[in-house]
Write a protein that binds this ligand. Structure first.
Ligand code: SN0
Length: 315
């Protein structure tokens, strides 16, 4: 594997999940594979799970890791071409990405959307500049429109914990106080549409995701209808795709509570984290027996490790 930016970079997702679960059973079996190889993790935005789980995955494979919080510790990067750099940006991404590629064998990049210009975000301007100029294999640590390592960890968790061959999986919108990216729900939807699950998306009117990611899903604005019989519920806030990046007042009643779980099939509750307690998800659900959010975060290691392993094998 040379690029991991979406489910479309994976030829066989079933095999990828199986290999991740094999790594979970035997984490240090491939310590020689990463010997003298270096992973660079480049963050343009904050991170807890992605940073720590991807480092851990690299260590398990015997790799060295360098982390650069380029937004805080690097030079201010210029992303536009054909500009006179007489403003606040100091270094062009053309040189910055190419130089990083001189020091590492694989690069991971996190770059959130601006949520202002849909065309710019959905053409992945920043992420694709890294792809173009870094010259080494590249893994997305969440881009403007997708979070594939999260989605892979989510699918691993469902595969591990499901109690029937084809579980009902529901993605439900949740309230928030600020506009959040569509990256996590886009990505989760795109992976679920390719997985062997019965997949439903529910959100208030106005929060329709781009159909590029949701083709094949059942979509409803009736949350109770969606939750009925659910085996897994994925809770996430996102801002509108149209008008882009907007949030609409109201919808506080969309928060998931124990009461709402009664009509489910004792559903397991997922969230990518960080989660805002008693806003997105009630504390009673998060602290209750159905929440699997920490288990899910633990599986981020095996998602990252299987992707890094396949990249190392292709070097
Ligand atoms: C990010 C998102 O894409 O929704 C990262 C999730 C892995 N989440 C946030 O930015 C949460 C910010 C907040 O203030 O709650």
């Amino acid at each position: 594997m040379k690029l991991f930016s979406s489910v479309n970079d994976v030829t066989d997702i079933k095999a990828l999940v199986a290999e991740a679960l094999a790594l979970k059973k035997d984490p240090y079996a491939h310590q020689q594979l990463g010997k003298n190889k270096t992973l660079g993790l480049v963050f343009l935005n904050p991170s807890l799970r992605t940073r720590m789980s991807t480092q851990k995955a690299a260590f398990n494979l015997g790799m060295n890791v360098m982390v650069l919080n380029v937004d805080k510790e690097g030079w201010a990067l210029e992303l536009r071409d054909n500009v006179v750099m007489n403003g606040t940006t100091v270094e062009h991404i053309r040189e910055a990405a190419a130089v990083m590629g001189q020091y590492v064998d694989i690069i991971g990049v996190r770059s959130f959307p601006g949520l202002k210009n849909r065309e710019e975000d959905y053409t992945e301007v920043v992420f694709n500049k890294f792809v173009e100029f870094c010259g080494v294999p590249l893994v997305s640590l969440e881009s403007a429109t997708r979070h594939p390592l999260q989605s892979l960890a989510d699918l691993i968790s469902i595969e591990e914990l499901k109690t029937k061959v084809r579980p009902k999986v529901v993605l439900t919108w949740a309230p928030h106080i600020k506009p959040l990216p569509q990256a996590v729900p886009n990505s989760f939807a795109e992976w679920m549409c390719k997985a062997d699950v019965d997949f439903t998306i529910t959100h208030p009117a106005g929060y329709e995701l781009s159909t590029d990611f949701t083709r094949g899903a059942t979509i409803t604005t009736n949350q109770a209808d969606a939750l009925a019989g659910a085996d897994f519920i994925y809770v996430k806030n996102w801002s509108a795709y149209e008008p882009y990046g907007q949030v609409f007042p109201g919808n506080e009643e969309w928060m998931l509570t124990n009461q709402k779980l009664k009509i489910t099939n004792n559903a397991k509750i997922m969230h990518c984290l960080p989660v805002r307690r008693n806003l997105e998800l009630s504390a009673e659900v998060l602290d209750g027996p159905n929440a699997i959010v920490v288990h899910e975060a633990g599986n981020r290691v095996w998602a990252a490790q299987v992707v890094l392993k396949q990249m190392l094998e292709a070097l």
